[in-house]
Each structure stands twice: as C-alpha cells, then as structure tokens.
Design a protein around this ligand. Structure first.
Ligand code: AMP
Ligand code: MG
Length: 274
C-alpha cells in the first residue's frame, strides 16, 4: 500500500481550525508494528537525522527547535529517548518546562523559554514549552482570561522573531485518546519502574480532559505558522509515533539543508613569516 508523507499529512495548515475529534490517535498509515519495513524506515530516518545534525553543527548558521506537547502520558519522554538517541550530545539540548519557579513567575512567560532556545548550529528539544501558558494555565485558571488570551499573538510574534533569526521551529502535538491515557496512568501506579512518573496532578488534569482538548484546539489553530507549523501526531501506538516524528524531523532538516562549510584558505606556500 502506498504510504502518505507524514510531514504534510499531519501538518496544521495555517489559519485552519483544528478539531481533535477528526484526528484518529490510533492511526498507523497502513504500517505493521515490528515489520522490516517499519524497522528499516525508522533506522534510515534516524541515520539521516544524525548526518544532518553534523552538517548543521559544522555550518553553524541555523538552529532547530522541536517543541513537544501533549496530555500527561502522551509519550513526550519516550519520543525524546527514541527519536533523539542518535544525536551528538554536543549539538543538542533538552529543556523540560515544569511549574514555574517564583523567579520565573516574576518575569514575563517567555523569559524562561528564550533562555533555552537553540544557538546557531544546535538542536533544542522542548519537553513542554511556552504553550503551557495557554494550556495548563488556562485550564487551571491560573491567570485572568484577558492575560492568557493575549498570549496567542505574543507567542506568534516571539516565534516569528526566532524564525527570522535563523531558528526553524517544529511543534509536535502527541495526540492520544482518553482511554489510552487512562491505561498509561494506571500503569504508572502498578509498575515499580514507572511509579516515579506518577503525580496526583495528572489525575486532576485527566478529569479536566475536555477543557484541555478545547485549549489545545485553540493553540493548534491559532499558532500554526508556515515557518513554525504544528503537527498532530497519532500517538496511541508508540512505535508509530516514533516513526512519524522521526520522518518529520528528518524532512525538516532536509528542507533546512545545512551545508558543509567551504575549505578554509590554506596559507600560501613559502609565504613570509612575520
Ligand atoms: P511533567 O512534564 O510530567 O514533569 O509535569 C510538569 C507539570 O508542570 C505539568 O503538570 C505541567 O502542566 C506543569 N507546567 C508546565 N509549565 C507550566 C506553566 N507555565 N504553568 C503552570 N504549570 C506548568
Ligand atoms: Mg507528568
């Protein structure tokens, strides 16, 4: 079966209205888990990502920012460990954004974010991001409505400024179903290796599911831009989520097309010593 190209299929067209109900979290594009086709494609995309990263680092003219968002247990940590595992740590950083500290709260909401954006030549992965300030903050009513409502434009302006300064931004929403989330949160309670991931806040947030859906739909609809698109990734199947994310990251780097720098001028033979 001919497979569709993930990097266009899941992209949110700028200006379009996202309804998450229209996106199947269990979609697998006709692939079969564990098939040679899947294994080979993933390995190929991961290899290419590594090759592109070397060039990006050597070139040092552009940066890549990958934003990961999703409900609790949607697989943000798993995506980072599976898709970013081949990267050279020297050119790559992960930033995780938690409940803001008092110092962070004393600044505008983008202050802590801007400190973690990638330098030229670097890849940065955000595990949660400035979008929490129109998601958790909105749903949990942490600031007045007028404050979070103004943030969509502020986010678009901030991201436009970054892209105009050489940073490519890819925003990935890991889309899971409520049933899958329940299963995964339950597992955190049962599996000793997952206890550490459990937080009572997750259960509170899970009860606020519908409000999170509304908040995500508005963020995805209002903040998908040509140069900083949102993607809705089907994420109920972890293996497919990894495949789709790797493909999108690879294609983004291919579009950025970093180049090996030119050979430097060699000193002229027999040149004078000063
Ligand atoms: P985790 O990613 O599981 O470590 O959880 C981090 C928690 O911090 C989540 O419950 C987020 O919703 C919360 N969080 C992240 N950023 C913010 C923010 N700007 N305001 C309030 N809560 C936040
Ligand atoms: Mg959590």
């Amino acid at each position: 079966m001919a497979k569709t190209d993930n990097s266009t299929r899941y992209r949110v067209k700028p200006g379009s209205k996202v309804e998450l109900q229209q996106h199947d979290p269990g979609y697998d594009n006709g692939y079969t888990k564990g098939s040679p086709e899947v294994e080979e494609k993933l390995a190929r995309d991961l290899d290419r990502i590594c090759e592109w990263q070397e060039k990006l680092y050597a070139e040092s003219k552009q940066a890549l920012l990958i934003v990961l968002q999703g409900m609790d247990a949607s697989g943000k940590d798993g995506t980072i460990s599976h898709v970013m595992r081949g990267l050279n740590p020297q050119g790559c950083a992960v930033a995780s954004f938690k409940v803001p500290t008092p110092q962070e709260l004393a600044h505008d909401f983008l202050w802590r974010i801007h400190q973690k954006t990638p330098a030229r030549g670097q890849i940065a992965v955000f595990n949660r991001s400035h979008y929490e300030d129109v998601l958790a903050v909105r749903v949990r009513k942490l600031v007045p409505q007028a404050v979070w409502k103004a943030r969509y434009d502020q986010i678009n302006d901030f991201e436009s400024m970054l892209t105009q300064n050489g940073t490519r931004i890819v925003k990935l929403f890991l889309h899971i179903s409520r049933e899958e989330q329940k299963k995964r949160l339950q597992k955190r309670l049962e599996d000793p290796k997952k206890h550490w991931k459990y937080s009572p806040v997750d259960d509170q947030d899970s009860r606020l599911w519908n409000r999170y859906v509304t908040a995500y739909e508005e963020a995805l609809s209002r903040c998908s831009m040509e140069a900083a698109p949102w993607y809705v990734i089907p994420a109920d199947r972890k293996w497919y989520r990894n495949l789709a994310v790797a493909e999108i990251v690879e294609q983004t780097l291919a579009e950025m097309k970093p180049q090996w720098p030119q050979r430097p001028e060699a000193p002229a033979e027999g040149g004078e010593h000063v």
